[in-house]
Design a protein around this ligand. Sequence first.
Ligand code: SF4
Ligand code: SF4
Length: 511
Amino acid sequence: MAKAKFDIPKLEEYPEIPKIEPGSMAHLQTFKAKPEFQEALGFQGELSENWKEEAVAAMGNILDKYRSVRVYMDACVKCGSCTDKCHYYLGTSDPKNMPVARQDLMRKVYRRYFTFAGKYFPKLVGAEDFSEEILDDWYNYFHQCSQCRRCSVFCPYGIDTAEISMAAREIMDQIGLGDKYSNEIIGKVYRIGNNLGLPGPALADTLEGLEEDMEDDFNVQVKYPLDVKGADILLVTPSADFFAEPHVDGLIGYGKVFHEAGVSWTISTKASEAANFGMFIGSYENMRKISLRIREAALELGVKRIIFGECGHAWRVAYAFLNTLAGPFDFLDPDYPVPQHILEFTKNELEKGTLNIDKSLNDDMVVTFHDSCNVARATRMGPEPGGQFTIPRFVIKAVCNNYVDMADETILDRTFCCGGGGGLLTDDLMELRVKGAKPRMEALKTVIEENGVTHMAAICAICKSQFTKVLPYYGFDMDQIVSVHQLVSNALILSGQNPEIEEDETEEDAA
Ligand code: SF4
Ligand code: SF4
């Protein structure tokens, strides 16, 4: 690994609230989108001379459209409860990464232009004119928020800094100041169909390659179908599942589960991406346009159900917004939820007993689970409250003998972000990503030392990519992060599977 150009935080035995270091992250600014990438998304290409008036007008529209943002601007009582809850503050010590301070970057502009007191007595209420300096701070610090919502769990008024960050990014996009990473990726979805720019023929090759590998390894024809009309299930999964590690091991697992369940399923070239970066930039229009591909694919293929693969924010968009953005889905089978998570499907199959599981095949691992922010704090899974916490753990425990949870204050709805969510998974923000991962790394280190944990499982493509990159900065191995369906795949014995495989594995274990 190349030497980092920044100090890597020291992991403490017990998490400590750092002393503030004003401006410590002021230098870190993610790359800006070029005009052509802005315009492809319907935004202004670059800042105009009138950017200030345009920004205030855009803010007015957002305040009218999303009443919640206005409530968040007005409701904060500066109680301080959120100040030490953000992983980016804990990892960077920059006070502008405290959630309330991040909100205040917008609040001072809001007060100046949209409140009586701010218009006539600005100094009394901390209101300020929208200046270039403030815009610079907006660009830096609203791109140092992964929109994880941890702070909102601890706010007595439920103020959601994630939504404020989304609103700020939308205002900046509209005046011609967008970020390169998210906006280029959205452009690729429109042009090619997925975040990675993987064209249809390349996707077909990849899936054929997986089928050949499965046949070589197991002597079973497990299919990874593409664009099959009349299939029952449309699987919408993050494009990272098609080739990144450990994501692809999860995709292999989905295919094995579908095979054993005996259902017909397909992936779609048109909807070959579950991710929806429209949410990260707070753009309803882009989020809707991306979501509509899924509706079109489902209609064209004539499927009866839609199932989402392992992706945190995609599940949030699907669970919370898909019906509003792209519904009604009244052409699907009403016996199944729209959408459904792959973990719900696998849990049902485990309970029905259709999967032949040998848990001992995962005995070389002691597993913990990282709750992904968007799943944990913005969705549910299955019919029961808290299903987003219990279902992943049910599935892991059904396929692994050795499972340990991390500390209570770092899991479930209090989970710490991986450090790379919310459209920040870009190399130009590596310093932020590494520092922001510190609280999760501390919790992981504790269970490694105290419980012998060897692997951490996740159900989010961004978390998996982020941990693959940052684990080595803290002295861990990149392959300690695994997909939940990779664990399922390891333990699942296919019907008719070449028995020599099990024997080989047993012999290897004995050796
Ligand atoms: S939403 Fe998450 S990243 Fe953003 S301020 Fe709150 S805790 Fe920090
Ligand atoms: S916890 Fe809520 S009310 Fe308290 S300072 Fe933070 S945002 Fe304001």
